[in-house]
Design a protein around this ligand. Structure first.
Ligand code: F6P
Length: 382
């Protein structure tokens, strides 16, 4: 029987984490009358058993709308392969026995772990060791396939769309090309959705390797037909056909993902040299992760938090809450990780964008739609 639970947030932060924490504490206290321990900085808090704090209603008052996480987080380290430097040498240790010991000492009957693919993979492996863990999916990237949406994503799309609205007006005034690099890792969801909502002329996503000549032609075509500016959205993981992604730093034992970034500058340079139109770059970066969650994300986060508490009550450990259609459901964490949710290059959303005249720079494909759109544009702007 569950009486005391722990809660932690791991991986990159995103808007809505505090809303989940609040929902878990409120549901666990008000409905089940459990005790709750807040664990700081993801699994590190359980390894070192430091800064553990009981969470009551007072501690979570006023956090629903706040960005970030009151519990702190980290996207470094894996307790199964914990790295330290000793005498100048990197030493890798399995610290999961410490986690098991501390869970016992603290008397935790369940742990609610809020995280993305990396955190949830660790949660799955801890569950296999007997840790009574429940997962809650989060990420602005929306790249988890077992849930229709992750909270944080639509807020990031809102932020990026507002940026596009602002960049549009300055692009138009100066007759420039504005290239906007957005996050998303290997998934193009943020770029695709903010690009459509913000009326971008070109959207480049990792799922569709691009041909820069097509991008430049689109910009030139717009010039010819009277639109003397263009807005280009580039996902940080996008790459030219046959080329490489732009990487800021390689993966390490401690930081398991490559750090993406820089593709915006490469694209801008090529556009400027191919079109001779002045081009500027904006990298939105962590602005997309910060700030207040929108109403949709607050609601989704609250529903996830309350459902996670119910899963703990049912002792359905090793499961993760998820959104299926309009309902909150659950899936084994095992099924939820490792299968990224990526944009279908020929799916409905991409097709809709193409109908709007958006250029994806598809390489090696002759685009009938595009040439018929060019004819109409010429006809209407002789
Ligand atoms: O996964 C969320 C995310 O913001 C990605 O979109 C981005 O590539 C990465 O995290 C950035 O991580 P960091 O905060 O370590 O720079």
């Amino acid at each position: 029987m569950v009486r005391k639970i722990g809660i932690s947030t791991g991986g990159g932060d995103c808007p809505g984490l505090n809303a989940v924490i609040r929902a878990v504490v409120r549901a666990a206290r008000l409905h089940y009358r459990w005790d709750i321990i807040g664990i700081e900085d993801g699994f590190d808090g359980l390894i070192y058993a430091r800064n553990l704090k009981p969470l009551g209603l007072v501690n979570i008052a006023g956090i629903l709308h706040r960005g970030g996480t009151i519990l702190g987080t980290t996207n470094r380290g894996n307790p199964f392969r914990h790295t330290t430097v000793e005498d100048g040498k990197t030493v890798v240790k399995d610290l999961t026995p410490k986690i098991l010991e501390n869970i016992k000492i603290l008397g935790l009957d369940a742990i609610i772990s809020i995280g993305g693919d990396g955190t949830l993979s660790i949660a799955r492996d801890l569950y296999k060791l007997g840790v009574p863990i429940i997962g809650v999916p989060k990420t602005i990237d929306n790249d988890l396939s077992a849930t229709d949406l992750t909270f944080g994503f639509t807020t990031a799309v809102n932020t990026a769309t507002e940026a596009l609205d602002k960049l549009h007006t300055t692009a138009e005034s100066h007759h420039r090309v504005m290239v906007v690099e957005v996050m998303g890792r290997d998934a193009g969801w943020i770029a695709l959705e903010c690009g459509i909502a913000g009326g971008a002329d070109v959207i480049l996503i990792p799922e569709i390797p691009f041909d820069i000549d097509k991008v430049a032609n689109k910009v030139k075509q717009r010039q010819i037909t009277g639109s003397r500016f263009s807005v280009v959205v580039v996902a940080e993981g996008a790459s030219p056909a046959g080329g490489e992604r732009a990487i800021l730093a390689k993966a390490t034992e401690d930081y398991e993902n490559v750090r993406l970034g820089g593709i915006g500058y490469r694209v801008a340079q090529s556009i400027e040299s191919l079109t001779e139109i002045e081009t500027r770059v904006t990298v939105l970066g962590h602005l997309q992760r910060g700030g207040s969650p929108n109403a949709f994300d607050r609601l989704l986060a609250t529903r996830f938090g309350a459902a996670a508490v119910d899963l703990a009550a049912e002792e359905k450990f090793g499961y993760m809450v998820c959104l299926k259609g309009r309902r909150i459901d659950s899936v084994p964490i095992e099924e939820a990780v490792g299968q990224p949710n990526r944009v279908d290059p020929h799916g409905q959303v991409v097709t809709t964008a193409e109908r709007m005249g958006v250029e994806f720079g598809r390489s090696g494909e002759t685009d009938q739609e595009e040439s018929s759109q060019d004819d109409i544009l010429q006809e209407e702007n002789p």
